[in-house]
Design a protein around this ligand. Structure first.
Ligand SMILES: Nc1ncnc2c1ncn2[C@@H]1O[C@H](COP(=O)(O)OP(=O)(O)OP(=O)(O)O)[C@@H](O)[C@H]1O
Ligand SMILES: [Mg+2]
Length: 231
């Protein structure tokens, strides 16, 4: 479960990126977040991950407060989160499989299990032929898919995906969204920033709209807070 209450972020230079954001994404729910460039999507992910502290407001991941916890506790919280970064953040000089394995290190799996999972998730994103290729030799779209595999291979309860299909063609975008739906069906809370007009036009998923740091639309306007699914 992901929740923000009255979330505000003003950067030191005075730019207000988020303004009073109330958002909740339940367990086993997948939500798309749309909004023009600069609307505050990446800032929201950074706050959810505890990479930045909000100016005011509260952030909860699985009922645990993120914005006031210590750096060490935030690290522990992140173990349950799979983050797909807009700028991929792969490690150069390491192969696609090694990058995915590195994402699993904190989970305490055996080397064999990590290898097996990494191979399986790279296959799922259509990269079975690139598992041994160093990250820097991959195309943008391939790097993006390694980033998706790295997040999914952790099999986390929370998935934060910042434009995970930004460099992909329609078929691959569809495939990645299906994988994210699969994680949701397995019980994860999934929040996905997305621009694709095709996806947004056709989707059955809940879509929220962000503009100038404010929530300006929610296709399922009723928040579940206070309805019994929140503890
Ligand atoms: N470290 C920072 N210092 C100052 N301003 C920042 C910082 N990071 C982001 N911003 C500003 O905050 C606003 C929101 O940025 P953010 O990256 O969250 O947008 P976004 O919705 O992810 O955009 P995009 O679709 O282009 O990725 C923008 O005006 C941006 O310039
Ligand atoms: Mg962004």
């Amino acid at each position: 479960m992901i929740e923000t209450v009255g979330l505000e972020k003003t950067y030191p230079d005075g730019t207000t990126a988020l303004c009073g954001l109330d958002l909740c994404v339940d367990r086993a729910e997948m939500v798309l977040i749309r909004g023009p460039s600069g609307a505050g999507k990446t800032t929201l992910f950074r706050l959810l991950l505890g990479m930045e502290r909000p100016t005011s407001g509260e952030v909860f991941i699985d009922d645990r407060r993120v914005d006031t916890t210590s750096v060490r506790q935030v690290r522990a919280l992140r173990r349950g989160v799979g983050m797909i970064f807009q700028d991929f953040r792969l490690i150069r000089g390491r192969t696609a499989r090694e990058n995915v394995e590195i994402g699993m290190r904190v989970l305490g799996l055996s080397g064999r299990e990590m290898r097996e999972r990494a191979t399986r998730y790279l296959e799922e994103v259509g990269l079975d032929h690139r598992v041994n290729t160093p990250a820097e030799l991959l195309s943008w779209g391939e790097q993006q898919r390694v980033g998706v595999a790295r997040a999914l291979a952790r099999e986390p309860q929370i998935i934060l995906a910042d434009e995970p299909t930004g460099n992909l063609d329609e078929d691959l975008s569809h495939r990645i969204l299906q994988l994210l739906r699969g994680a949701r069906d397995a019980g994860a809370s999934v929040l996905v920033a997305i621009h694709s007009p095709d996806v947004l036009r056709q989707t059955e998923l809940r879509v929220i709209s962000l503009q100038n740091g404010r929530l300006v639309g929610d296709s399922r306007a009723v928040c579940r807070r206070g309805e019994g699914s929140w503890t």
